[in-house]
Each structure stands twice: as structure tokens, then as C-alpha cells.
Design a binder for this molecule. Structure first.
Ligand SMILES: [Zn+2]
Length: 371
């Protein structure tokens, strides 16, 4: 998908100087290892086999290997026992501890018994059916959490606009997230002889709020007889954990030597390492929405966080107020970034000839025009 690459290129161009200065200093000191699911949430299962037990065993082994072999790296586990941890809490643990990397470990499942192999996910907007299935599977636990609507405010996988919002959290780290993801996949394929399903992108709640490079590892399919047995065995768990360990070791070396990140050779399902820009079409206008109200609000800066260029539109029973106005998607993202300093919930909305349309639809139009 191109959208995230565009956003990345924007973010990177603004972060570039900053990153250059930091490049030599960057050290991987703290790693958060997240064993997927736990407690009342078994994750995927097959008979007595449960994802939560496999992920915990692999997570603990991975932490042990890093501790034993690499000096100066602090390991933090989101859980060390069979305990339920809410999804939002997992990234919060990583953020609070200022972790340098977040690794979430999972086991996949499919209706087809034949499906097998490993894949690594980074946060992204890819809507490929297979990737959507994984995000559905891995996100569904929030429905069992209390107040999930409040906690995951802004994360509504069915909403058109919020797509752009989540992408912004993780895009700043996309290159590094991809780098560790490819390293893990390489190790799985070459050293653990696992089928490589590639590096993928999906809207994964456990990753979306992480303020560091983050990857979700699908270590195999519990629905596949061979992989279920492998992943449930001490031997299989050790191999998988040591493959992730070796990938981590290589990644750490690369980051600390100030290396640049290029993705290596692709497989189907992997993200092409290209950047592109969207065309500008004057009939499409983007704005940043900052407020909505059932009643009209006077358009004075005082009522709108000091912003002067306030526009109003009426949509779904609400008067909605925006600031900023441009046909250039990159420019609106820059505006959104500034607006969010005052209004963290602000988001981009799109209009075609004055009529509100989903941002995704606007972007699709801008991409089509390019061909
Ligand atoms: Zn899972």
C-alpha cells in the first residue's frame, strides 16, 4: 500500500535531521517482550492446545537468551504468568519503560488445516484479506475488556477516518519495525526451516500506540497439525525463540552502528520499498476536524483553541468544525500534526466538490489519477 509510505516519507523528511543527529547515539537498552493473550483470553486454540501457553513459553525463552548472551539489555515482560493483560496496557508498559523495541509473540489460526508458516506484522494500512483476518483475530480480545470504547478511543477499525490517525503513531518507526520484521522472517526461514509468509502490515491494536519500533510475530498455525506439535514442544519453542533472538542481535548491531534500513528481497505479501506521492486534484479538499456539536458554535478563535481559519459543515446530525484547508494531502498531515499539539483528537477529513467523503476514498481517487 502506498498511503503509509507517503506518510512515512513526510514524517521522515521532518524527522531526518533529528534522526541523523541521534543516529550514532541510538542504543537498544530496553526490550519489551509481549506474550500474546493470557488468563481468560486463550487466543487461538485447538483442543487442549492454547495460543496463550505457547506465546508465554516462547517469550520467556527469548528473554532468557537475550539476557544470557547480550550484555546491557534490559528485558521487560508484559506478563510472566498466565495472566490477562488488556491490549492497551501492553503498549503502555513499553511506553512507560521507554523501551527501544516491542516484540509481541503470537500463534496464527486458519479454517484451512493446510495453512502454515510464519509472518511478521508491523502497523500499517494494508487491507489484504489475509492481513485483515489476522488483525481481526488479534484485536478481538478488546470486546471482552471493560470500557473498551473509551480506552481505544480513536481506534475503530471500521471507521474511515481513523485509519490515518493510527498510521501516524507507528509510521515514524516504520523503517526500523520493518527491519526487525524482515530479520525475524529470515531467521525463521533459514535457521528454523519455517515457511515464510512474509512481512505484512495490519491495523493491530497492540502495536498502534507504541512509541518505538514494534513488531507482532505470528510463529505458526495452531490449526496445522505439524506446526501445532512443533510449537507445543520444548524443542520447537526453543528454535523459534532462538531465531527471534538471532534476529534481534543483528538488528541491535545494525541500529547501534547507525546503519540505514533497507528491506531485503521480497516475497509475495511483502511491502515494496518504494515511495510515491499523491497527485493534487483541486476538486478534493482536506481539512482537519477539531470539534463537533449538535448546536452551532460561533466561529471565533476563542471557541476553537485559538485557531482562526475555522470552517463549518453539517454531517450526521452534527455541526462539525475544521481548521486548515488544502488539496495537498501531505500538507494537511503537517497541519494535523501542529493542530494535535492543542487538540490531540483532531483528524483529517476529505471533501469532494464540497461534499464530505471518506479520506480513503479521496486517496484512492488521487492514486488513480496518477496512472
Ligand atoms: Zn494472538
Amino acid at each position: 500500500m502506498k498511503i503509509h509510505l507517503i506518510i512515512t516519507s513526510i514524517l521522515f523528511s521532518s524527522l531526518l535531521l533529528h534522526n541523523d543527529l541521534q543516529a550514532q547515539k541510538q542504543k537498544i537498552k530496553t526490550v519489551v517482550i509481549d506474550a500474546g493473550h493470557g488468563g481468560k483470553d486463550p487466543g487461538a486454540n485447538h483442543g487442549k492446545y492454547k495460543e496463550k501457553n505457547i506465546t508465554l513459553a516462547i517469550a520467556l525463552k527469548l528473554g532468557k537468551y537475550i539476557k544470557q548472551n547480550i550484555k546491557g539489555v534490559k528485558i521487560i515482560y508484559t506478563r510472566k504468568t498466565d495472566k490477562f493483560i488488556e491490549l492497551y496496557r501492553r503498549s503502555e508498559i513499553a511506553n512507560q519503560n521507554k523501551a527501544d523495541l516491542f516484540i509481541s509473540i503470537h500463534v496464527n489460526s486458519s479454517k484451512s488445516k493446510k495453512a502454515k508458516g510464519t509472518s511478521c506484522f508491523v502497523m500499517g494500512l494494508d487491507k489484504a484479506k489475509e492481513n485483515l483476518e489476522v488483525s481481526k483475530l488479534e484485536n478481538s480480545v478488546i470486546l471482552t475488556e471493560k470500557n473498551y470504547k473509551k480506552k481505544y478511543k480513536g481506534f475503530d477499525p471500521n471507521s474511515e477516518e481513523t485509519d490515518i490517525i493510527f498510521s501516524l503513531y507507528q509510521t515514524a518507526f516504520l523503517e526500523q519495525s520493518l527491519s526487525i520484521a524482515y530479520a525475524i522472517q529470515n531467521q525463521f526461514e533459514k535457521r528454523a526451516s519455517r515457511k515464510n509468509r512474509g512481512v505484512r502490515q495490519a491495523e493491530l491494536m497492540v502495536l498502534w500506540n507504541c512509541t518505538m519500533p514494534a513488531v507482532l510475530v505470528e510463529t505458526g498455525f495452531i490449526s496445522n497439525t505439524e506446526e501445532r506439535q512443533y510449537l507445543s514442544s520444548d524443542y520447537g519453542q526453543s528454535i523459534i525463540a532462538s531465531a527471534i533472538y538471532r534476529a534481534f542481535k543483528g538488528y541491535k548491531k545494525k541500529v547501534e552502528s547507525g546503519g540505514t534500513f533497507h528491506q531485503n528481497g521480497g516475497k509475495a505479501g511483502q511491502t515494496p520499498p518504494t515511495t510515491s506521492t499523491l497527485r493534487i486534484d483541486k476538486s478534493i479538499v482536506f481539512k482537519v476536524q477539531i470539534a463537533a456539536s449538535p448546536n452551532k458554535i460561533k466561529k471565533t478563535p476563542r471557541n476553537f483553541y485559538g485557531f482562526k481559519d475555522i470552517n463549518e459543515y453539517f454531517y450526521k446530525n452534527r455541526y462539525r468544525y475544521t481548521t486548515g484547508k488544502t488539496s495537498d494531502f501531505e500538507a494537511i498531515l503537517e497541519i494535523q500534526k501542529k493542530v494535535r499539539k492543542k487538540v490531540p483528537d483532531a483528524y483529517v477529513v476529505a471533501f469532494k466538490k464540497g461534499k464530505k467523503i471518506p479520506v480513503k476514498q479521496a486517496l484512492a481517487i488521487l492514486r488513480k489519477k496518477k496512472k
